[in-house]
Each structure stands twice: as structure tokens, then as C-alpha cells.
Design a protein around this ligand. Structure first.
Ligand code: URA
Length: 233
């Protein structure tokens, strides 16, 4: 964005507004972003949160009360995330689906069962890692998240990452990878390589829901997971 031409910025704003209109939103409301309880450190400093459990608890309370975007009206439950607050490995998906919305837990449907197998394949248990999503509330009919929803939720998952400060973030699918890395590159091009986010290694890979439809690509995810396992050794 910083080096984009004015034409590109105008084009991006136009497509942003088109997407919002398609979803039935007729006005764009600019609000100051709510102040969250855990202060983020300057971007290149490591985060030393003394009590990660307590910091996550405070952040979760903000998520549970959040009304920053229209998804707060259609959700059954916000899905904050779960796992070890001291995890070395954190998974980030896109947004809760139906089962997640009902159970208020991330990755509990069919894709979640596959994610648990992927975690176990590198010798870890689901409780050893932390699992969260970019969006904390389910988009109706599992439609793609809107730019305004991503903006409204971004501060939450960035703070979640900074509190946990894992060694590796594994982004599941195009949406999580593009959101964390602020990239427009396809997941096929992004996956399989380490990137940096706030001094944390980021490995994008395919989403487990994609693997359920394209099992032939499980082999590529296994390659990506081995890189994570070797880095964490
Ligand atoms: N897909 C996601 O991206 N997240 C979930 O929690 C479930 C399915």
C-alpha cells in the first residue's frame, strides 16, 4: 500500500466498496478502533507478557463483547481460539464455520479433524499448539470475509499472536496467509516457504478444508509440516 500508485489505491477502494455492496452493506462507517487491554509492543520488539493466560483472558472478554462489524449480529458465538498459551506453534485459519459457531471452538468440524491429524503427524498434540482464526465470527453461509470484517478483527488476532509469541505461525489457506503477510499472492505460490511476521516465522500451507476436496495435495502439506517440525527441533 505504501508504494502503491494513486490509481491502484483508488482501484482497491472501489473493489472494497463493491464487495461491501454485494454483501448488502450500503454505508461505510469510519469509527475509531476500540482500545484493547493488552498494549502491543513496537513492531520489531519481542513481546514479554508476564501472564499470557491472563492477557488472553482479557482479550477474549473484548472479543466476546465485540460489536465492531455486522457479523456480531448474525453469529451464535464468537470463536476466540484455544490451546496452550505458551505454544511454540500457532495455527491461523480463516473464520469459524457452522460447527465452530455452534460450539464456540475453532476447527471442530471435518476440517478440524484433519487439522488434528496433521498436528499429530509432526509428533504434537492439539493441546500443545494454539489454534485461532483471522475472523472471530462466522460469516453467513460461510461466505468469504469482507474487507471491513478483516479490518475490524485484525487487531484481535494480531494481539493474540503477540501474547502467545509462538516460534512459528502456520497460516491455513489463502485467506489467513494473505491477511497475516498482507500479500495478494496465491497460496500455491506462498506455501512451503518461511516468512517473517514480527520476528516470528510464518509458514503458509493449504487449508484442511481444501485438502478434503483435493487429497492429492496432502503430500505438499506434509512437506510444509516437516519444515515446521525441523525448525522447532
Ligand atoms: N475453517 C477455518 O478456517 N476455521 C475454522 O475454525 C473452521 C474451519
Amino acid at each position: 500500500m505504501k508504494n502503491d500508485s494513486p490509481q491502484k489505491i483508488v482501484k482497491d477502494i472501489k473493489s472494497f466498496i463493491e464487495l461491501e455492496k454485494e454483501a448488502g452493506l450500503n454505508e461505510v462507517v469510519f469509527k475509531s478502533v476500540q482500545k484493547l487491554p493488552v498494549e502491543a509492543p513496537p513492531s520489531d520488539e519481542p513481546c514479554f507478557v508476564k501472564d499470557k493466560g491472563e492477557a488472553l483472558g482479557q482479550l477474549k472478554a473484548s472479543v466476546l463483547n465485540c460489536t465492531e462489524c455486522a457479523l456480531s449480529k448474525s453469529r451464535r458465538n464468537p470463536v476466540f481460539g484455544e490451546g496452550s498459551s505458551t505454544a511454540e506453534l500457532m495455527f491461523i485459519g480463516e473464520a469459524p464455520g457452522l460447527q465452530e459457531d455452534i460450539q464456540a471452538r475453532p476447527f471442530v468440524g471435518k476440517a478440524g479433524t484433519l487439522l488434528t491429524k496433521i498436528i499429530e503427524a509432526i509428533g504434537l498434540k492439539r493441546e500443545d499448539v494454539y489454534i485461532a482464526n483471522c475472523l472471530k465470527c462466522r460469516p453467513p453461509q460461510n461466505r468469504n470475509p469482507l474487507p471491513s470484517e478483516v479490518i475490524a478483527c485484525r487487531e484481535f488476532f494480531i494481539k493474540q499472536i503477540k501474547i502467545i509469541s509462538p516460534k512459528v505461525i502456520c497460516c491455513l489457506g489463502k485467506f489467513a496467509a494473505q491477511t497475516v503477510l498482507m500479500s495478494e499472492e496465491s497460496i500455491s505460490r506462498l506455501r512451503g516457504k518461511f516468512y517473517n511476521f514480527e520476528n516470528i516465522k510464518v509458514m503458509p500451507t493449504f487449508h484442511p478444508a481444501y485438502l478434503l476436496r483435493n487429497p492429492q495435495d496432502k503430500r505438499l502439506v506434509w512437506e510444509d509440516m516437516k519444515k515446521i517440525r525441523d525448525y522447532l527441533k
